[in-house]
Design a protein around this ligand. Structure first.
Ligand SMILES: Cc1ncc(COP(=O)(O)O)c(C=O)c1O
Length: 444
């Protein structure tokens, strides 16, 4: 066997190029080919690759202490990182941070902390978590069950917990066949109906991505959606969990994406941009009433992961958050995001581009067989992957996806470049993407 035959790859039939190095918005493979990172990997890299300040912070911490277990010690970097993070929250009472190693772990932790809270608050029947179709919350079985992506879920259905789902806020393909002017936010109202069906006394939380990412391609809800969702959660005493793994820490032009609508969740789930990919990292930020109820009750969150709160990851997280603040990168994400969205309008002239949407430096392009009828492609064609492959061969990294419409059908390309991207580089990105889409159009 060759050495790379021992690695269990994501796609078992694909040959991957070998990455050599990365700097700023570019990645190079070992053959010297350069790629523009148009998606920050999987919407991860926000501050850019190879930032010297972060590498220094990493080294400094590694020289002092890399690992101790959170059952034995706390560490200065964890307290520093938590303080940075809480200062970025929209309300002072969102002020307890539990550190983790990634998004799925963080989603599971959010669900568990809410569940334990209700038990300790004297409402042990509250256990159901409502989520949405066409969403993604991670790959561990609990998180996958909450997600609404049929193609990913169907293999594991027998081992999932019970998780009710509601329609997504997907204006381009409204599940209620409404138009923007007639819309009365039926998709949000469906949460109320679902809560009533499930029984408010049995519902613990609603979890959703403020703007849907991996499973549907930057689907932005109509203004008023999140306000209505918050009202419904309050009315029925249900916690709102914002899965900001993709959208948080500036990706959508604000500290949290929900700030775009002035909505404050009860639990925030973060990962990806939290460390900009410099280390596997995640966190939940919890409102203090949840924390205090557990503190005054059993005093112990029945949970724990080996790498939670480790000094090296928290040092990197603190350095990344400090760098973002120092260089005003969230403002930049908003500004460059508008430029990207404007520039992407150039793609409207292409036959298979159906919808272009986004918020901040988080954009999605939905591909259709017919623009007028919005008919989708046969999923077997894997149009999204064909386009991503064409782009990749031309030196552009994108994040393709499918299943936004019903969990199986619907193709999109997700873009989420580092916040430091320039206008010229955005022009380059759109130009390459345009030629990749045209190449696929010419083949079908
Ligand atoms: C919204 C959302 N939540 C959770 C996750 C899971 O994160 P991870 O892959 O770090 O486990 C993802 C990953 O793409 C995501 O997009």
């Amino acid at each position: 066997m060759r050495p790379d035959d021992y690695v269990f790859y994501r796609n078992l039939q694909k040959k991957y190029p070998v990455v050599q190095r990365a700097e700023s918005v570019y990645v190079w493979d070992n053959k010297g080919k350069r790629y523009l990172d148009g998606s920050g990997g999987a919407c991860v890299v926000s501050i850019g690759h190879g930032v010297p300040e972060i590498l220094e912070a990493m080294m400094k911490q590694a020289e002092q202490v890399q690992f101790v277990h959170s059952s034995h010690f706390t560490n200065e970097q964890a307290t520093k990182c938590a303080a940075y993070l809480c200062n970025m929250m929209p309300e002072k009472n969102l002020n307890k941070v539990y550190f983790l190693s990634g998004g799925s772990e963080a989603v599971e932790s959010a669900v568990k902390v809410v569940r334990q809270y209700w038990r300790e608050a004297g409402k042990p029947d509250k256990y159901k978590i409502i989520s949405r179709w066409s969403s993604f919350h991670g790959s561990t079985t609990g998180a996958l069950a909450l997600g609404g992506h049929t193609a990913r879920r169907r293999h594991y259905l027998p081992i999932f917990p019970y998780t009710p789902h509601i329609e997504p806020a997907y204006c381009y393909r409204c599940g209620f066949e409404e138009t923007q002017d007639r819309c009365d936010l039926q998709c949000a109202n469906q949460l109320e109906r679902s809560i009533l069906h499930e029984g408010p006394d049995f519902v613990a939380a609603f979890i959703a991505e403020p703007v849907v990412g991996a499973s549907a391609g930057a689907v932005v809800p109509k203004d008023g959606y999140w306000q209505r969702i918050r009202e419904i959660c309050d009315k029925y005493n249900i916690k709102l969990i914002a899965d900001e793994v993709m959208t948080g820490i500036g990706r959508c032009g604000e500290n949290l994406c929900l700030n775009n609508w002035n909505i404050v969740p009860d639990v925030v789930v973060l990962a990806k941009g939290l460390s900009s990919g410099y280390t596997p990292f995640g966190a939940i930020v919890v409102k203090e009433d949840i924390y205090h109820t557990i503190q005054r009750g059993s005093g112990f969150f029945v949970h724990g992961h080996t790498y939670s709160q480790n000094p090296l990851s928290t040092a990197i997280g603190a350095a990344v958050l400090s760098y973002i603040q120092k260089h005003k990168l969230i403002e930049r994400s908003k500004q460059m995001g508008q430029y990207l969205l404007d520039k992407l309008q150039d793609l409207n002239s292409l036959d298979i581009v159906g919808d272009i949407r986004g918020l901040g430096l988080f954009a999605g392009i939905e591909l259709v067989r017919d623009k007028t009828t919005r008919t989708w492609f046969d999923s077997a064609l894997q149009i999204n992957k064909q386009i991503a492959n064409q782009a990749f061969s031309r030196g552009l990294i994108t994040y393709p996806g499918a299943g936004g419409i019903d969990g199986i059908h619907g193709d999109h390309i997700l873009l989420a470049p580092p916040f430091i991207i320039t206008e010229k580089q955005i022009d380059e990105l759109v130009e390459i993407l345009s030629s990749a889409i045209t190449a696929v159009e010419n083949q079908i």
